[in-house]
Design a protein around this ligand. Structure first.
Ligand code: ARG
Length: 234
């Protein structure tokens, strides 16, 4: 804001991790996506002025928030208990499960997690998809070295196309977007019942309440529906 020292109290700098279409991605050098539009529309409904976006790898977002480099995380981030210890979340704004994505050539068509036995598997570092791999596969179906952790899901999908991994565990709506644009497909869905929220600092009740109020306004005034149409065609 223009308030000089202390003006930062009424501003929001947001952090995201592009490479997660259609929530956040780079198009012609520009940051675009559902989260980008939604958070900006929500902040518009508040007394906060929007200062802009900072980009991080997904697993650097929570430290960036707690270090005050950003004020809000908008990154398709699942609200879960582990994260709840360090940060707080807005009300949920989207639901997701995990998809197991494979090459579209049809040679490998797993139907359940046990079908992934002894295969190299990829996910993005710090995600709930990685959590599924660590909790359900490593030490059971696959060895630790068969898990390939990527800074970015785009790299994971590239490695899937290249044959360096045989499956990627990734949020369903993002899996569907990759499947629409690249030679990969969803083999099956592993139900996790996740809900995405905007992350805020635990002591920042003011921004949390402002975002929740803004979210309910954009749901009521049709903006939310417009944005889901625009980005998910639903
Ligand atoms: N929903 C998953 C999680 O919270 C994945 C989010 C990844 N987001 C991103 N922008 N790369 O862990």
């Amino acid at each position: 804001g223009s308030g000089g020292d202390g003006g930062s109290e009424q501003t929001i700098t947001a952090g995201t991790a592009p490479g997660f279409p259609p929530f956040e991605m780079k198009e012609g050098g520009e940051l675009v996506g559902f989260d980008i539009d939604l958070l900006e529309a929500v902040v518009e409904q508040t007394d906060y002025s929007f200062e802009g976006w900072e980009e991080f790898e997904f697993d650097s977002l929570i430290p960036a928030l707690t270090n005050n480099n950003i004020d809000v995380i908008a990154a398709g981030m699942t609200i879960n208990e582990k994260r709840d210890d360090t940060i707080d979340f807005s009300d949920p704004y989207y639901s997701s499960d995990q998809a197991i994505v494979v090459r579209a050539d049809g040679d490998f068509a797993p139907e359940s997690l046990s079908d992934l036995a002894d295969r190299p598997i990829g996910a993005q570092k710090g995600t709930t998809g990685e959590g599924v791999v660590q909790d359900e596969l490593v030490g059971q179906e696959i060895t630790e070295s068969q898990y390939n952790a990527y800074d970015n899901y785009v790299l994971a999908i590239q490695d899937l196309e290249n044959g360096n991994v045989d499956a990627v565990v990734i949020d369903v709506p993002v899996a569907n977007t990759f499947a629409a644009n690249r030679p990969v497909e969803v083999a099956f869905v592993y139900e996790t019942g996740e809900k995405f929220g905007f992350g805020v600092r635990t002591d920042d009740d003011a921004r949390q309440e402002a975002l929740n109020a803004g979210l309910s306004t954009v749901r009521e005034d049709g903006t939310y529906e417009e944005l889901t149409q625009k980005w998910f065609g639903e």
